[in-house]
Write a protein that binds this ligand. Structure first.
Ligand code: GDP
Length: 539
């Protein structure tokens, strides 16, 4: 009898896990500031019904009210939890949407968030084309061959020529474009988009916010279209011929390999083209995939739970002054109250208080599967890159630290606070809020960041959390590289010779702090036995 039960439970679980994994999509939304990422996110949530669930009756009637409800939720929750991780349902799929910080200033957070996604949604302002931050973000996606869906936004405005936009994406971002929808006019004359695969036209109406969808007319040769838009249709047919001839047809295989991006045109603010994006993510984007760990590759459908921390956010909820570690589940089934092993500390923790990020609220998690993001309360004992499992010693790899572009030295106004400063910097360094370098010889600690905003965050956290009033000053350092070598003697000689510019980071890795690009190049030439790395992985 008991054998029966045993058999039942073990035979059911793998099927359940496989089903749950298959219906998950975890993607990051990337863009240059002002391209329309926030607007699009809001509309994605609107389509999923998440905002209606959270909102009022009014929200059901009018998108406008739902929008403001959503903003209110965000405000109430302090530092936008809503915009960092959101989970919602669409067509029986569970979608995890991860925001990348939209500030001009780039932070390391942005990069690491992209290690926790399986695909990306790139939003481009069609009037501006490919912009600086998009280039940086795509570089990161390319490192992991992340499949990217592209949304050309703001077609309700005068934009650049669509073919030219595709050309720019291909040449600047080095990814093939496969247009899936094609715009009919733009700005005041924006009529809609032609779906190249389905051979149907989606008619645009400005100010449309209903969820009923837009009118669809089948077939590019439909006489109704000719009647409605005699001028535009001739132009469209010409363009479509050109597009078919000049661009790549959509290939699922190339998309999944990160070589090709399906491109959609639309207008986020008008909700136009948004449903098509969601469908593309559900139909084409990959479900959670296997992840590399130090000892082996972990499959998402394995029965045992595992995951890694990719982000730590402090004070998300000002009322609670809590710190949350964001963990991406990589395999198995997470259940509230289960015991998991924190591998770096080799310690079992019972996880009873975990949050998930339903778009409507921050809720207690009962269960989670690969691809889901769960929030673990963190009392300063978790670091970015930490892995958790049900006991097996596996450290997930590929969670990068990037060589900083900006450097500061810290001075404190009250020398008696030196201990607090050291403790604060150690913890903030471990968290990944900033990189902390201790020179081998003399000298004060050097802080490094990928975006200058990080220094402001660190200054305010030092003050609020550690009671340290710190001043940040410029330094002569302009770039850094981690250094490694099989030749122990060469490393020791290097440390001894250049001690003032050789430093250890918070995780104990050796780095060279260069005063200029030229200085770095000369040093590399002079020390041929050493390797200089622009990124390093979690130790
Ligand atoms: P983010 O910085 O990428 O999050 O961009 P936002 O979503 O905040 O949008 C930046 C600006 O562009 C805002 O003023 C939006 O109202 C506007 N915007 C967003 N989508 C559209 C669109 O489809 N058409 C037009 N005309 N404006 C848009």
């Amino acid at each position: 009898m008991s054998d029966d039960i045993q058999v039942q439970s073990t035979s059911k679980t793998p099927a359940l896990i496989a089903r749950e994994v298959a219906r998950r999509r975890t993607f990051g939304i990337i863009s240059h500031p002002d391209a329309g990422k926030t607007t699009l996110t809001e509309k994605l949530l609107l389509f999923s019904g998440a905002i209606q669930m959270a909102g009022t009756v009014k929200a059901r009637k009018s998108g406008r009210h739902a929008t403001s409800d959503w903003m209110e939720i965000e405000k109430q929750r302090g530092i936008s939890v809503a915009s960092s991780v959101m989970q919602f349902e669409f067509r029986d799929h569970i979608i995890n949407l991860l925001d990348t910080p939209g500030h001009q200033d780039f932070s390391e957070d942005t990069y690491r968030v992209l290690t926790a996604v399986d695909s990306g949604l790139m939003v481009i302002d069609a009037a501006k084309g490919v912009e600086a931050q998009t280039i940086k973000l795509l570089d990161v996606c390319r490192m992991r061959h992340t499949p990217i869906v592209t949304f050309m936004n703001k077609l309700d405005r005068e934009c650049r020529d669509p073919l030219e936009l595709l050309d720019e994406v291909e040449s600047v971002l080095k990814i093939q474009c496969a247009p899936v929808t094609w715009p009919i006019g733009m700005g005041k004359n924006f009529r809609g988009v032609y779906h190249l695969i389905n051979d149907e036209i989606l008619l645009f109406r400005a100010g449309e916010e209903s969820l009923q969808g837009f009118e669809v007319i089948k077939g590019i040769d439909n006489p109704r279209l000719q009647e409605m838009f005699p001028m535009e249709m001739d132009q469209l047919r010409m363009e479509v011929e050109l597009v078919h001839g000049a661009s790549h047809p959509f290939s699922l295989e190339d998309f999944l390999a990160g070589k090709q991006t399906p491109v959609f045109f639309g207008s986020a603010i008008n909700n136009f083209g948004v449903r098509e994006i969601l469908s593309a993510l559900v139909d084409w984007a990959p479900a959670p995939e296997s992840r590399d760990a130090t000892v082996r590759t972990v499959q998402p459908t394995e029965e045992k739970f595992s995951g890694f921390v990719f982000k730590i956010q402090a004070n998300m909820d000002p009322a609670h002054r809590d710190r949350i570690a964001f963990l991406r589940v990589c395999s198995g089934r997470f259940e509230r109250g289960m015991k998991v092993k924190h591998l770096r500390l080799n310690r079992e923790v019972k996880v009873s208080s975990v949050v998930t990020f339903m778009a409507s609220s921050r809720e207690q998690v009962e269960e989670a599967y690969a691809g889901d993001i769960i929030g673990l309360p963190n009392h300063g004992n978790m670091q970015i890159g930490d892995s958790f499992s049900e006991g097996e010693m596996l450290q997930f790899t590929g969670i990068p630290y990037f060589a900083p572009d900006f450097f500061r030295q810290v001075r404190i106004r009250n020398p008696l606070k030196i201990k607090q400063l050291q403790k604060g910097l150690q913890q903030l360094g471990e968290e990944g809020a900033v990189q902390v370098f201790k020179p081998v010889q003399g000298g004060e600690v050097v802080l490094g960041a990928v975006g200058v905003l990080q220094f402001e965050v660190v200054a305010s956290r030092l003050l609020n959390e550690y009671g340290v009033d710190a001043v940040f000053e410029g330094t002569s350092i302009s770039t850094a590289r981690w250094v490694s070598s099989d030749d122990k003697k060469a490393l020791a000689d290097f440390e001894a010779a250049l001690g003032h510019n050789v430093a250890y980071d918070a995780a104990g890795n050796l780095a060279y702090l260069a005063t200029s690009g030229v200085n770095l190049r000369l040093t590399q030439e002079r020390w041929p036995k050493l390797t200089f790395h622009a990124t390093r992985e979690h130790a």
